[in-house]
Design a protein around this ligand. Structure first.
Ligand SMILES: [Zn+2]
Length: 224
């Protein structure tokens, strides 16, 4: 029973390659940690994530920790985080990125806002993976997390049958600002798990800007 408990809370196999972890290793073995497909976008202001949002949102900076490829370590990490019941993995990735960001020059931020989950989704999964990532970032960057400003109104996460224009339109109405004063005047780092089309970040970012945040930056676990 103790062994089950230990395995549940301190998994001893690498999420990347399934090899046993050595003492001192958490989540990833040293080899997989070294081979992570890092984007280094935080050192590259006009990076592809920034370019993707250019003209849609006035953002100060945009960055993502990892490149996303099918059947890659990034996919295994995200899958374990989203569906494997491993919220601590998100915080681990947040700490990895937070250390990198803290080491280099970056925009000044006052607070982190994670992209919210719809409450029915949150109930099913019991945690918000973006919030877990935010927790690790917050720890390393010494920033507070603001969870009370934005809510997700619609369960828009699964809408594969709608066409692209409809999906975008739907997404723009998916979030609501419920406590604008919490973000007004602050330099906000908006955090999500994966950036694909950018529609989610655009919708959240617009709400934050309308509420009067001073500047808006973006950080994601992966760029697809
Ligand atoms: Zn490994």
């Amino acid at each position: 029973m103790w062994a089950d408990f230990v395995q549940l809370f301190f998994p001893r196999a690498c999420v990347g390659c399934s090899q046993g972890l050595l003492r001192g290793e958490r989540w990833l073995c040293s080899q997989c940690l070294r081979d992570l497909p890092l984007t280094h976008y935080h050192r590259w202001p006009d990076n592809p994530v920034y370019e993707r949002l250019l003209g849609r949102l006035p953002i100060a900076s945009a960055q993502a920790l990892l490149h996303f490829r099918k059947d890659s370590i990034t996919q295994r990490l995200l899958h374990a985080l989203k569906y494997g019941g491993r919220p601590e993995l998100g915080a681990f990735l947040g700490r990895v990125y937070g250390k990198m960001l803290a080491d280099g020059p970056h925009e000044p931020w006052d607070a982190i806002v994670p992209v919210p989950l719809h409450r029915s989704r949150l109930r099913r999964r019991s945690y918000n993976q973006s919030e877990c990532f935010a927790r690790g970032l917050a720890e390393e960057l010494h920033l507070p997390i603001i969870k009370t400003a934005l809510v997700r109104d619609q369960a828009t996460e699964t809408q594969t049958r709608k066409d692209r224009a409809h999906r975008w339109e739907n997404m723009q109405q998916a979030f609501a600002m419920v406590n604008g004063t919490a973000v007004a005047g602050l330099r906000i780092l908006l955090v999500d798990d994966v950036v694909t089309t950018g529609a989610t970040l655009e919708a959240c970012g617009r709400q934050l800007l309308e509420a009067g945040c001073a500047t808006l930056s973006i950080a994601c676990i992966a760029e697809a």
